[in-house]
Design a protein around this ligand. Structure first.
Ligand code: F6R
Length: 652
């Protein structure tokens, strides 16, 4: 929703993320929002603010009362605070903290408990006295919850209120676990969790059915009473809610929008979470912009889609009426601009993703030579290849290129226990039937079976069970490769992933080395990698970081001069239309074939362990995204295809 713009100073982070805007600009933003290039820079700035506050309170001989959040968003802030404690002697002796929430019911030592989270992420690594932190108690008997909640609020008040409240934001706009519908005057209480909130955390719990249905959360008014509030948001999946809460009306349907009324609030977001804000999405509506080619393409495609008019039919009046008259003034007539942008889009479309042999490639996205290319398709999980670029994968194979698929992680945590049990049963029965004697192998399967039989919800899988789950996904990936027609598959089992939980290890030199060795061995002309960083647990991002690390190590090698890198998306998000540099069309038959390829991943069908907050199955998401891209091209006035896969080229 676009609301009336305000003439106020645009808030711009001091790291240059300003879209080139200076001084007085129109802003649609009703919450000061700092946009950072990445979440690390933003987290550092937030940690610094917290550290400054702790120190200034120390000087005054006072306690510093922090309101703390869990989840993925604040982790780097906590890591940074621990670093400051170790390296700069930042002391937490005067810190008292109140956490926003805890699942209910929940034992504090469970791997899912926020008590355990906070200890692992912060408390156990700093000198904060144990009696100084408070977290809603997931063990209080139902009859005592109201009393407990009231005492929690009273304790905060008795401490003088929260000095600094850290928040994340849910995909549905929740703050704390104040789900949509929460009132502005709500206090600490027991809440029923939204389906989308439970779905977003299903993987951590090994399936939606294991996620608690309730939580005790600080209320909106408890949060609003904090003297300073800072909300963090990273990644595309937060973009819509950031826009709604920052630019939309204050509404109980988006609890974070209540913060518009807070006198000392700031949102710290990365560029991807900011991508739906007016100043990022349509900056020409906010201030003067530099009309370079990419800005023109962005504005013209946006205009065409907004007016529902093909590009070649846009008129001077359309440009003028929509804040783009200065573009016309600087770059010629609507007619010329229309044709220029139309041609650029036309040139992105190709049925020859590996280049068309013996054709003039001046205006094609890929080179004609060499006619037969070596290709590495990096797939973070065992099914991203087929989900995100199955049509292109098939074309590359059909057009005779040597396609290697490199599965970066085992994907083992996304296999349900009963799926693993089924396979183990099969092996055990098979071995018995044919009296196959292999005590070591049998032991693995028997142990895994015994573990699964008595596994508690909160337990991490044993290495044996993880092995079995990894094998299941490996078999599915191989089935897809056979189906598409390549035998060149590589299972990299990158070590950062192998923790058995959603929490991954940081990327290490070994991860990068594995990737670099494969690239060096294959010497590819094309690399395809997942540029889809909206996946909920950040695995795609880490997988890309490892590829980027390997590429920077190898970039001086001769073969790399011939290597082009293409990024794909699809499972969790799609490129914006103006960003696309190669669009590979699919016929209805090709769409159906891709669907069959995705079906090879049986363990990921019909109620996967991890659904995210998108309830569609992966094949549905892929088809809807691919037909959505084709539809956009059609709306812009280009040819109408059934579906399209889209790519952006990455440059060294
Ligand atoms: C956590 C909390 C939640 C999260 C929100 C975002 O204590 O109260 O509101 O901040 O769900 O979660 P992440 O950061 O995991 O995306």
């Amino acid at each position: 929703m676009i609301t009336e713009p305000l003439m106020i100073q645009t808030q711009v982070a001091d790291n240059g993320m300003s879209n080139g805007m200076v001084g007085q600009a129109i802003t649609y933003e009703k919450i000061p929002t700092q946009i950072y290039a990445d979440s690390k820079d933003a987290s550092r700035a937030v940690a610094q603010e917290i550290a400054d506050l702790i120190r200034s309170k120390q000087k005054e001989g006072k306690n510093c009362i922090l309101g703390l959040a869990t989840g993925s968003s604040p982790k780097t802030v906590y890591a940074q605070l621990i670093k400051m404690h170790r390296e700069e002697g930042l002391s937490f002796r005067n810190v008292v903290s109140f956490n926003l929430d805890e699942y209910y019911p929940m034992q504090p030592d469970s791997i899912h408990s926020y008590v355990r989270f906070m200890r692992e992420q912060l408390f156990d690594h700093v000198d904060m006295p144990k009696e100084n932190y408070f977290i809603p108690d997931g063990t209080v008997p139902p009859a005592m919850i109201n009393d407990f909640a009231q005492r929690y609020d009273n304790k905060i008040n008795a401490m003088g209120g929260i000095d600094f409240q850290l928040l994340g934001i849910g995909g549905n706009g929740h703050i704390g676990f104040n789900e949509p519908g929460s009132l502005i005057n709500s206090r600490t209480r027991l809440m029923t969790l939204d389906h989308s909130t439970r779905a977003a955390t299903a993987m951590e719990f090994g399936g939606l059915h294991n996620v608690p249905k309730k939580a005790i959360t600080m209320g909106v008014s408890t949060i609003m009473n904090a003297k300073r509030v800072v909300l963090l948001a990273w990644g595309e999946r937060k973009a819509t809610m950031i826009r709604s809460s920052v630019e939309g009306p204050v509404t109980e349907l988006v609890p974070a929008s209540y913060l518009q009324a807070h006198p000392n609030v700031a949102f710290f977001v990365d560029v991807r979470a900011a991508s739906e804000l007016t100043r990022v999405k349509t900056p020409w509506l906010v201030d003067t912009v530099e009309w370079n080619n990419s800005m023109i393409k962005k504005a013209v495609t946006h205009l065409s889609l907004t007016l529902d008019k093909p590009i070649l039919k846009l008129t001077t009046k359309d440009y003028n009426d929509n804040g783009m008259s200065d573009m016309l003034a600087a770059h010629g007539s609507a007619y010329d601009i229309n044709i220029n942008v139309f041609n650029q889009l036309q040139h992105t479309i190709t049925g020859w993703p590996g280049g068309k042999p013996n054709a003039d490639d001046t205006y094609r996205p890929e080179r004609a030579h060499p006619a037969k290319k070596r290709v590495i398709l990096f797939s973070p999980h065992p099914d991203d290849d087929i989900i995100s670029m199955g049509g292109t994968f098939q074309r590359l194979v059909d057009q005779g290129h040597e396609v290697h698929v490199a599965y970066q992680t085992s994907g083992n945590i996304a296999v349900a226990d009963d799926e693993a049990f089924r396979f183990i049963d099969f092996v055990v029965d098979y071995n018995q039937r044919f009296q196959i004697e292999s005590p070591a192998a049998m032991k693995i399967f028997e142990d895994a079976k015994a573990f699964l039989k008595k596994k508690k919800d909160s337990e991490i899988d044993t290495p044996d069970v993880r092995y079995v789950k990894g094998l299941i996904r490996r078999g599915e990936a191989k089935a897809t490769c056979r189906f598409v027609g390549t035998e060149h598959f590589h299972f990299l089992d990158m070590p950062f992933y192998e923790t058995g939980t959603v929490q991954k290890k940081p990327i290490g030199t070994e991860d990068v080395k594995i990737i670099a060795e494969l690239i060096e061995k294959v010497k590819p002309h094309q690399i395809y990698a997942a540029g889809d960083f909206a996946d909920p647990h950040g695995t795609h991002k880490v997988c890309w970081d490892a590829i980027e690390g390997a590429l920077s190590q190898l970039k001086h090698k001769n073969f790399m001069k011939d290597c082009w890198v293409w990024l794909y998306r699809g499972a969790w998000a799609e490129w914006d239309i103006h960003e696309i540099e190669m669009a590979v069309p699919m016929s209805p038959d090709q769409v159906m074939k891709k669907r069959m390829g995705i079906f090879k991943h049986q363990s990921q069908k019909d109620g996967v362990v991890f659904q995210g907050d998108d309830s569609r199955e992966f094949w549905q998401r892929a088809e809807e995204r691919n037909s959505g891209t084709a539809h956009l091209y059609d709306q812009l006035g280009l040819a109408e295809y059934e579906a399209m896969e889209a790519f952006v080229r990455w440059h060294f």
